[in-house]
Design a protein around this ligand. Structure first.
Ligand code: TYD
Ligand code: MG
Length: 486
């Protein structure tokens, strides 16, 4: 007979505890703790996997490791013997495939679980369908298909999309939201890859909450992970990003899976970026650039075209605009900083009232350093500062861009297009290193910028081959920057 153990689980962050709290001790949101009955197996062993899943023993056997396997530690040499690292990964062919491969760190690893996150409508379903077509089309003698499970769209919808993309590969479509059912059916087909669109629509019987809730999302992902690991079938999982920018609210998912990719793009632009945010099999610094078209996503061979095409639509060059790269977790973002220097300000404003999106103390410090160390006659000016699109920039890596924007406006000299600024400014006007500078510069290079101004010390850590045509200019202090750019 099974005993019941009561747990309280926060629906927002997944925090679980033995007693009830009005406010979740972990995420401090009130009223989110829900009662959760966890079945305890009769032998007393706290077998989280079985009890947490609360599904039949027979079904568990399908994707749980067999007890006899992996009982003893194995020598490293034996693990690596007869193991060809080159042929280990599933390659993806064509220019689109190459770009996806690069982001994944060189092909698909068998038995890996990859999460693809992004805003609704950004093109995730299209991307995975194209990946599925490539995997299924890859012919190495064996004939195994790819299973594409959708809980979002009907088979007809997926079919018509495949038709539009010109896909005729061996893909099995299945519409289901019950993860147990999905894994059972997939196991029978023994596919080359399994795709689940999306994590927010699937559920596991016996787990608290509706599909998309944290306990469901967490348990379903764990089940998929075990499926991938035991069958060696790579699994792709789609996850929508919530308003706060996370996949399914908290970051719980990212900890479970092997690879996390984010798909990003502006609503009005046809370019899409695919970034690796986490990768257990490769670098998490990779970035792929694609263009959307009627017949699907295409890789962009010359990323600078994106940059230039955006520039052409700007009919005039603006003074007082500088670009920098900030980090959010392990993701990089390009942001624009605007400055406006006014010698006779028509109204009286307090100095902090002039600044948007930048901590006032930081902005004021940069202004004063410009006056003292670079000789800019800013004293008589009101200097407005703004971070475009309402972002807030907390990082000191943006100091140099603030200074460049102010100089540009003050001198009424537009900064030539294609230049990015990365660096912290010290009180002596010296440029200082910032964390993860390689990653920031790499993003700028990949997007086809022509020049990137960085602190002198950064030159040493940057490898020329990953920079392409981008010229990296190392400067010791603000005066040098002004001489180089203006
Ligand atoms: P979709 O793949 O459905 O986005 P998601 O799964 O992230 O919600 O794509 C959204 C829309 O964009 C859809 O109507 C198809 C269209 N689209 C194209 O026409 N061409 C493309 O290359 C891509 C990626 C999308
Ligand atoms: Mg979709």
């Amino acid at each position: 007979k099974k005993k019941e153990k009561v747990q309280w689980v926060c629906c927002d962050c997944g925090f679980s505890t033995g007693k009830w709290w009005g406010t979740c001790p972990s995420c401090e949101i009130t009223g989110t703790m829900k009662e959760f009955h966890e079945a305890k197996s009769s032998d007393g062993a706290d077998n989280k996997v079985k009890s947490g899943l609360a599904i039949s023993e027979e079904a568990v056997g399908l994707w749980l490791p067999h007890k006899a396997e992996q009982l003893f530690p194995v020598k490293l040499e034996e693990v690596n013997r007869g193991f060809n690292h080159q042929h280990w990964r599933i390659p993806l062919s064509g220019s689109f495939g190459n770009e996806v491969s690069t982001v994944l760190g060189g092909g698909i690893v068998p038995g890996s679980l990859t999460l693809i996150g992004g805003d609704p409508g950004v093109g995730k379903s299209t991307l995975v369908l194209q990946i599925a077509a490539l995997i299924a089309g890859h012919n190495d003698g064996a004939t195994s298909p790819v299973v594409y499970v959708s809980g979002e769209e009907s088979l007809e919808q997926i079919g018509s999309r495949a038709d539009r993309l010109g896909i005729k590969s061996d893909i099995f479509l299945y519409s289901s939201t019950d993860i147990e059912d999905i894994l059972k059916k997939a196991q029978v087909v023994s596919p080359r890859a399994l795709i689940v669109d999306s994590i927010q629509t699937v559920y596991l019987k016996g787990i608290l909450g509706s599909a998309g809730g944290v306990p469901q999302v967490k348990e379903c992902t764990s089940a998929l992970m075990r499926f991938a690991k035991t069958t060696n079938i790579p699994v792709f999982l789609i996850g929508h990003v919530t308003k706060s920018g996370d996949i399914a609210g908290p970051r719980v998912l990212e900890h479970i899976v092997d690879v996390v990719l984010y798909m990003e793009g502006e609503k009005c632009s046809s370019y899409r970026m695919l970034r690796a945010v986490k990768n257990r099999f490769g670098s998490a610094d990779e970035l792929g650039v694609f263009e959307m078209s009627q017949s699907g996503l295409k890789s962009v061979s010359n990323a600078s075209e994106i940059f230039l095409s955006e520039q052409c639509s700007d009919s005039q060059f603006l003074a007082g605009l500088a670009i920098t790269v900030i980090m959010d977790g392990s993701r990089t973002f390009l942001i624009e900083i605007q400055a406006l220097c006014l010698s006779d300000c028509p109204m009286s404003v307090s100095p902090s009232g002039l600044i948007n999106g930048i901590p006032a103390s930081r902005a004021n410090m940069v202004k004063c350093v410009l006056v003292k160390q670079a000789g800019l006659q800013l004293q008589e000016n009101a200097v407005f500062l703004n971070v475009v699109s309402g972002l807030t920039m907390e990082e000191t890596a943006g100091d140099l861009a603030i200074a460049a924007a102010i100089c540009s406006s003050f001198l009424e000299f537009p900064i030539p297009k294609g230049i990015a600024f990365i660096g912290e400014i010290g009180l002596g006007g010296e440029l200082r290193m910032v964390p993860r500078i390689e990653k920031r510069v790499y993003t700028v290079a990949k997007l086809g910028y022509t020049m990137c101004v960085v602190p002198k010390q950064a030159e040493k850590v940057l490898e020329a081959e990953s920079l392409g045509k981008t010229k990296v200019v190392g400067c010791n202090n603000l005066k040098e920057v002004i001489n180089v750019v203006f």
